[in-house]
Design a protein around this ligand. Structure first.
Ligand SMILES: Nc1ncnc2c1ncn2[C@@H]1O[C@H](COP(=O)(O)OP(=O)(O)OP(=O)(O)O)[C@@H](O)[C@H]1O
Ligand SMILES: [Mg+2]
Length: 270
């Protein structure tokens, strides 16, 4: 079997393998595509928390993006953790140079254990510059709250926040409902023309490390392979749901999901 598409992942490394660039590579590979990377930071973490974060020099991040894409052109780009204004500026410059159209931005700001991963100035730049330049932004509830200065408790609050992001220039918004305290996990996909709600039964488990990274990489992969953004979001949530359901139970904290759960979704996708 040959890969169906090529994805460039711009994100941080998670030494525990459950989130970040490791989760992204596993997802892209498990869904039958080819993964390339530009590493933005090296984190030392395990399932119980983040121990340290070492940022990579912005110039070096740009080098990775530009030199890699010049040789093997990505069909889509997934962006994860960008921790500072300098990094965001470099990434914007590189994206303008390489001109790839399909870009998914997961605006990672807070790790599941509560550690803040990005500074306030960077949040502003992301909100007022970067979100206009991507195809889709995929905040979780706390990230959507920070980006829109609202409190989100209900589905209506999620739609309201998504529309604020659309008015700021985002083309498509997917707000993930994992953080709301409800029996049904509700995600929403919003653009100027439509609203799609995706409902799934909440799986009772603490092993949800990396669900967000996995979701955005899965969306990027399906999108790169020619599915519409809306369909890519639907397929990606099925993949994440199956991966949580496998409940690997590795580690003493928030354990990883099972990226190898792709077989059933892969058959459907064919
Ligand atoms: N307990 C759960 N049961 C079912 N689906 C879940 C559960 N938790 C999260 N999800 C799904 O996982 C996806 C990611 O959502 P989540 O809100 O966890 O993202 P996130 O907070 O960015 O994750 P991360 O911790 O990786 O950053 C969404 O599609 C969400 O519906
Ligand atoms: Mg996340």
């Amino acid at each position: 079997m040959k890969p169906k598409s090529k994805i460039l992942i711009i994100a941080g490394s998670d030494s525990s393998g459950g989130a970040g660039i490791q989760a992204d590579i596993k997802t892209v590979t498990a869904l039958g595509s080819y993964a390339m990377t530009a590493i933005t930071a090296v984190t030392t973490q395990n399932t119980t928390g983040v121990k340290s974060i070492v940022p990579i020099n912005p110039k070096e991040i740009s080098n990775q993006i530009e030199f890699t894409s010049k040789d093997i052109r990505p069909d889509a780009i997934k962006i994860g953790m960008l921790h500072s204004t300098e990094v965001i500026k470099s990434v914007i410059c590189s994206l303008e140079l390489i001109k790839v159209k399909k870009i998914i931005l997961d605006p990672v700001m807070i790790a599941k254990g509560g550690a803040k991963l990005i500074d306030d100035k960077a949040v502003k730049l992301l909100k007022y510059e970067l979100i206009k330049k991507v195809s889709l932004i995929t905040p979780n509830i706390p990230e959507a709250e920070i980006l829109t200065n609202t409190r989100i408790k209900t589905k209506e609050d999620m739609i309201f926040a998504a529309n604020i992001l659309i008015n700021l220039g985002a083309k498509n918004v997917f707000i993930k409902g994992g953080h709301l305290d409800s029996k049904i996990v509700q995600d929403i996909f919003v653009n100027k023309k439509e609203i799609m709600l995706i409902n799934n039964k909440r799986i009772t488990t603490s092993n949800t490390h990396g669900t967000g990274c996995t979701l955005s990489s899965a969306i990027s992969t399906f999108f790169a392979c020619g599915k519409t953004l809306k369909k890519s979001c639907e397929l990606a949530t099925i993949y994440v749901n199956n991966s949580i359901r496998s409940n690997l139970n590795y580690g003493k904290g928030h354990g990883p999901i099972n990226h190898l759960s792709s077989i059933s979704i892969y058959n459907k996708f064919k």
